[in-house]
Design a protein around this ligand. Structure first.
Ligand SMILES: CC(C)(COP(=O)(O)OP(=O)(O)OC[C@H]1O[C@@H](n2cnc3c(N)ncnc32)[C@H](O)[C@@H]1OP(=O)(O)O)[C@@H](O)C(=O)NCCC(=O)NCCS
Length: 213
């Protein structure tokens, strides 16, 4: 039986666990930097070795890991220091075209669709019922939220978050570390680090998270 370890014990982790359970994959250990104890995923959490402050203490060797952290920046940070191998979590009700590529550590939730010739990077979240059409390119650490709809030939850069129910028309390029607000309709290319909201989408801020303000 396949085994994995999960890094992160919040709400997002609960959803990933359910996907793993449906795939008969066993969770052997759970780690968390700041366990809230609010979510059921907190049970069986190995706190001491999960702390990002104690990187060297983390048992890098062992079963593959899924980083169950919803914040894109934090997920990237954790992926960078882990020297482990990574597993994917693909819900059985999702539809992924044979020619689509899904990177390591990526999770695809219930009812999500990934169409032909689309590439989804590493540690991406393709959330519940998200629809990613043909010939898309989704960068590492991105998050496509529930019911977001990306038309054909869309590019989403590294670390970008497409909000719940957002719509992106064909051939649009969304830069890296962007935020597309809930329900936004994106009809123009989006520069790196921009936050876009509304219909039609308009830029409300540009904020590079790697540069202190
Ligand atoms: C886009 C978003 C990140 C903006 O958050 P923020 O930076 O804190 O911005 P604010 O709440 O200060 O809003 C700034 C302005 O944008 C507007 N705005 C914010 N989000 C909006 C949205 N989704 N659609 C339309 N307008 C929006 C606000 O009304 C406000 O307008 P005003 O200046 O005229 O009053 C947030 O509103 C959002 O939509 N998040 C997506 C959440 C999501 O989809 N999560 C998925 C979880 S699975």
């Amino acid at each position: 039986m396949k085994k994995v370890r999960i890094y992160g014990a919040g709400g997002h982790s609960q959803v990933i666990r359910k996907v793993l359970e449906l795939n008969d994959i066993v969770v052997t250990d759970t780690y968390d930097d700041k366990p809230s104890t609010v979510h059921s995923a907190y049970q069986n959490t190995n706190i001491e070795t999960g702390a990002r402050d104690g990187k060297d203490a983390f048992p890098h060797e062992g079963d593959p890991v899924i980083i169950a952290v919803g914040n894109n920046l934090q997920r990237a940070e954790i992926a960078e220091f882990l020297k482990s191998t990574f597993e994917k979590a693909i819900h059985p009700s999702s539809i992924i075209a044979e020619s689509a590529i899904v990177g390591e550590g990526t999770v695809v939730f219930a009812g999500a669709i990934i169409q032909p010739n689309t590439t989804v990077g590493k540690h991406v979240i393709v959330n519940t019922a998200a629809s990613i059409d043909h010939d898309n390119s989704i960068g590492d650490y991105a998050h496509i939220s529930p019911k977001a709809a990306l038309c054909g030939h869309v590019e989403v850069g590294e670390g970008s978050h497409v909000g719940v129910g957002a719509v992106v028309i064909p051939k649009i390029k969304i830069g890296k570390w962007c935020t597309i607000g809930a329900g936004t309709v994106v009809i123009k290319d989006v520069p790196d680090y921009a936050t876009v909201v509304g219909n039609p989408g308009r830029i409300i801020k540009i904020n590079n998270p790697f540069v202190s303000q």
